[in-house]
Design a protein around this ligand. Structure first.
Ligand SMILES: [Zn+2]
Length: 462
């Protein structure tokens, strides 16, 4: 069985977790390219190959980062307050080596006028602040961790450059340990000024100690905060995508491309858990990669689709969507010709929230793509966990931000093996995986032969 064989290879210990931008990722991309070639798919990577290589720059901090601001000093001399990682604060996530921005405080426990809700950015049951946060350093006060988490996503969507939160009990417990380690700066595509595109890891997030929170008493909104770091010399690296295509048979529909994608990288070798240091990423996202391979095999084996179909397996999704960002900047055809992108993420286990072998589609209500596929037999349903912001958390978002109707199909049900070494073959439900891939063949065959061009619904385009 193809599904089992691909999984056995991609999620094996031999591939050492397909770490983003590692030689193991290149092996995975080469394997995927070789399979596409065997199916008779045309190469759509660099120089007539299936591989697209993206230059990546890595920078490392050489000292603990520091946040600095000044007290207002009305009447009394102003003081400079300096917080250091591991002491007054912890940098939980960094995307920038430095920034400056005005403070904006938000009390997440408050209801009413300062809170508003949008149809797509927040949970239906929870109003969280999405007040203007553009370029601000947003301080989220409050006691409810759930609300703070939701407000963090809302602040990022609102364009905040950084978010400060009270340290949770969990963070406090590991404060000293985490403080000893220097936070990692994300890798960037060579020549790109901005950080990675994905919300996860696409954020400057700081946990504040009680002492730091006390420092903030009487500090007015608008006070400028500065992040300062010391960074070593840049290291040049690479990440790899595997890309193939079937050129459409219809001269008109050929330029209305369907992109089927997944990410082939995972977390590689990491901190051991129960003696296991290999983060196999069987569900995340060997399963999605195999779904794309299977669809490629079936489509290449049947009558040539009317539309052009691109099969793209991205590298460095886990590093913030670098492979898909490179693809978006160097697409095999103009981006405007891509009518839809269907991304597959974590389809190797059932989501207990749904009966049978359904998949949910992230950002369901944002476009008419999901309903159209469902009308043609796909077991696709709306994502029932909008508070998780899955739409923002995978490669589809990189393309959606450029206007492409791009959404992710998944059956991830928040299992405990997520991003753990135990996301391995032993935890894959092959019956489910085979069923969902099988159920998608008909709807995808319809899509690649139809003239249907999905549209964003009002307000749905990010
Ligand atoms: Zn993933």
């Amino acid at each position: 069985m193809c599904i089992r064989a691909h999984m056995d290879f991609l999620a094996s210990d031999a591939l050492r977790g397909r770490g983003s931008g590692t030689a193991d990722e290149l092996v995975a991309a080469t394997y995927v390219g070789a399979q596409l070639e065997q199916y008779g798919i045309e190469p759509a990577g660099d120089n007539g190959t299936f591989i697209q290589q993206a230059p990546v720059v890595r920078r490392r901090l050489t000292a603990p980062p520091q946040l600095r601001f000044m007290t207002p000093g009305d009447g009394i001399p102003a003081l400079t307050i300096l917080w250091t990682h591991g002491k007054e604060m912890l940098a939980l996530d960094l995307t920038d080596a430095k920034f400056k921005g005005p403070l904006k405080s938000v009390d997440t426990d408050l209801g009413g006028a300062s809170l508003q809700q949008t149809a797509f950015s927040t949970s239906p049951t929870q109003a969280v602040p999405v007040a203007p946060t553009s370029d601000a350093v947003v301080l989220l006060r409050g006691k409810d961790q759930e609300k703070i988490r939701a407000a963090t996503f809302a602040a990022v969507e609102g364009g905040a450059i950084a978010v400060l939160v009270p340290a949770s009990a969990d963070v406090l417990k590991n404060w000293d340990e985490r403080g000893k380690e220097l936070p990692k700066l994300p890798e960037k595509l060579e020549g790109s000024a901005s950080g990675p595109a994905l919300a996860e890891g696409g954020l400057n997030l700081f946990a504040l100690s009680r002492e730091a929170l006390a420092d903030l008493n009487g500090i007015p909104d608008g006070t400028t905060f500065y992040l300062e770091t010391v960074v070593g010399p840049p290291e040049n690296r690479s990440t790899w995508n595997a890309v193939g295509k079937i050129t459409g048979s219809d001269p008109r529909l050929r330029k209305s491309v369907i992109l089927l994608s997944a990410h082939l990288d995972h977390l590689g070798i990491g901190p051991p858990v129960n003696g296991d240091a290999i983060y196999n990423g069987a569900d995340d996202d060997a399963s999605g990669t195999v779904a794309v391979l299977e669809l490629a095999r079936v489509l290449a084996g049947g009558p040539r689709p009317k539309r052009t179909v691109i099969f793209a397996l991205f590298g460095s999704e886990e590093a913030g969507g670098l492979g898909s960002a490179w693809f978006e900047q160097h697409p095999p055809m103009p981006l405007a010709e891509i009518a839809a992108n269907l991304e597959f993420e974590m389809i190797g286990r059932r989501d207990p929230k749904y009966p049978g072998d359904s998949l949910w589609l992230s950002g369901w209500a944002r476009s008419n793509l999901g309903p159209a596929l469902a009308a043609h037999g796909a077991k696709l349903v709306a994502d029932a966990r909008p508070e998780e912001h899955f739409f923002l958390r995978s490669d589809n978002y990189v393309l959606a931000r450029k206007g492409v109707v791009a959404q992710t199909a998944s059956s991830f049900g928040l299992h405990a093996d997520y991003h753990q070494p135990s996301d391995d073959i032993a935890h894959i439900d092959f019956k489910h995986m085979t069923a969902v891939i099988g159920s998608l063949i008909g709807p995808v065959e319809w899509l690649v032969n139809s003239a249907f061009r999905p549209r964003w619904n009002a307000g749905g385009r990010p």
